[in-house]
Write a protein that binds this ligand. Structure first.
Ligand SMILES: [Zn+2]
Length: 423
């Protein structure tokens, strides 16, 4: 028994449509698909299709901090607002917050999340139950091996052993030192060894702010990117979040190694961090994906908004109306980070995992549509997402979430915030 989807119009195609059939968890046929007895039939005529957005860098549970003191200085925000609440978070709290974040992601067309946080068993539980894909990491923070580095590494290893490859392979685990300035050399080196041992990836924040890079250079004489290279971090596939303040030498290093940069334009803008040199990185051959970062610094987990921010900021910065075409922006949101999760480069192909997102294009704000990728990148919004499938399973159907009870999730998150604030 499978799912037969009639009249899919992939965003890459200017006009052609085709039928698609899922058999179990894979795309069984494309173009020449025929419905089989017992198939569920879906009419997708008039809808636009993608293989699903990959949110390449986020901290899902930080939806809890959405709208909390948005207009204060970064250090005040962290020290007076975020950290005091984070210290009180119970594992179950992280589960509910992660569920809320996943629901928002599904509703805006995201099938896959690359996350870094703590209480990761609860993050993994939310991913398993909601049906999405995720590359999850425990954000290690350690000033020395002796102090807490050994225990941080042990937490990472336990998480890999328990969850890497679970939920039919929908969950992958990365080794995730938070950043070079929060993790000592020994912990990063040991983390790289662990990634080799388990055949996993590395995920870390890199060169997010100007002061971080200047301080690091003053302290070590080298840039964060060069430092990571010297620690052989890039000997495993690496996700480098942000890379806002990278120079030509850094960009050459990123291009020469299996690194995916997660560009988070809204977060970088909101926190006043700057605008990453995306065109320069892409011209040098760096693979640049898109991520929202946590909702605390965004405040949404909406990849459509992220595409629009990436596009507008580069054009404004460079005073160039030809930078970042709509095809390029859509492809950044869908493809570059897929292989970190073992997904094939191509999306809607026979044999690929049965992941699919459908957009209703019969809306005021998407009429007329001259070019599907321009419509999606520059005009569509999350309310246009009607259906989301991951691994052949419907997570959103005709605008209804199928695996998450969103009223329950909202009320649990409100309840836990009330508990924390009234302690
Ligand atoms: Zn981050």
């Amino acid at each position: 028994m499978g799912t037969f989807i009639r009249g899919v119009r992939p965003v890459e195609a200017s006009s052609s449509t085709f039928d698609l059939r899922f058999d179990n968890r894979r795309i069984a046929s494309v173009s020449d698909a025929e419905p089989q007895p017992g198939d569920t039939e879906v009419d997708a005529r008039g809808k636009l299709a993608i293989a699903g957005f990959v949110n390449a860098h986020t901290h899902l549970a930080m939806v809890l901090f959405r709208g909390l003191a948005d207009d204060v200085a970064l250090q005040t925000w962290l020290e007076d607002y975020v950290w005091p609440i984070e210290q009180q978070l119970q594992p179950e709290d992280v589960y509910w917050c992660t569920m809320l974040a996943i629901a928002e992601g599904i509703r805006s067309g995201t099938t896959t999340f690359i996350d870094m946080y703590f209480h990761n068993d609860q993050v993994a539980r939310a991913v398993e139950e909601s049906g999405v894909r995720a590359l999850l990491g425990y954000g290690m923070i350690a000033s020395s091996l002796q102090k807490n580095g050994t225990s941080e590494l042990a937490k990472t290893e336990a998480f890999i052993r328990q969850w890497h490859g679970q939920a039919d392979g929908r969950i992958q685990v990365s080794v995730s030192p938070h950043a070079v300035y929060t993790c000592c050399e020994d912990v990063i080196r040991a983390g790289v060894e662990m990634a080799h041992k388990y055949g996993t990836t590395l995920h870390t924040h890199v060169a997010e702010t100007r002061s971080e890079v200047e301080d690091w250079k003053a302290q070590t004489g080298t840039s964060p990117v060069k430092y990571l290279l010297d620690l052989e971090a890039f000997s495993v596939p690496t996700l480098a979040a942000h890379c806002v303040h990278v120079d030509t030498d850094d960009i050459a290093i990123l291009a020469d190694h299996p690194v995916i940069v997660a560009h988070c334009p809204k977060s970088n803008a909101k926190l006043g961090s700057g605008i990453a040199p995306v065109p320069q990185m892409q011209q040098a051959g760096v693979h640049v994906a898109l991520g929202t970062d946590g909702a605390a610094s965004n405040n949404r987990l909406d990849m459509l908004e992220e595409m629009r921010a990436a596009w507008l900021l580069q054009r404004a910065k460079h005073e160039n109306s030809a930078l970042l075409s709509s095809q390029l922006v859509v492809s950044m949101a869908v493809y570059p980070a897929r292989h970190l999760l073992g997904l094939p480069r191509e999306g809607l192909e026979k044999g690929a995992p049965a992941d699919l997102v459908l957009f209703d294009t019969d809306r005021i704000h998407t009429t007329p549509s001259h070019d599907p990728s321009a419509m999606l990148a520059y005009a569509a919004n999350s309310s246009d997402v009607t259906d989301v499938y991951v691994d052949g399973k419907a997570l959103l159907q005709n605008g209804e979430l199928r695996t998450i009870d969103e009223e329950r999730v909202k009320s649990e998150v409100r309840r836990l915030l009330h508990r924390i604030k009234n302690r």
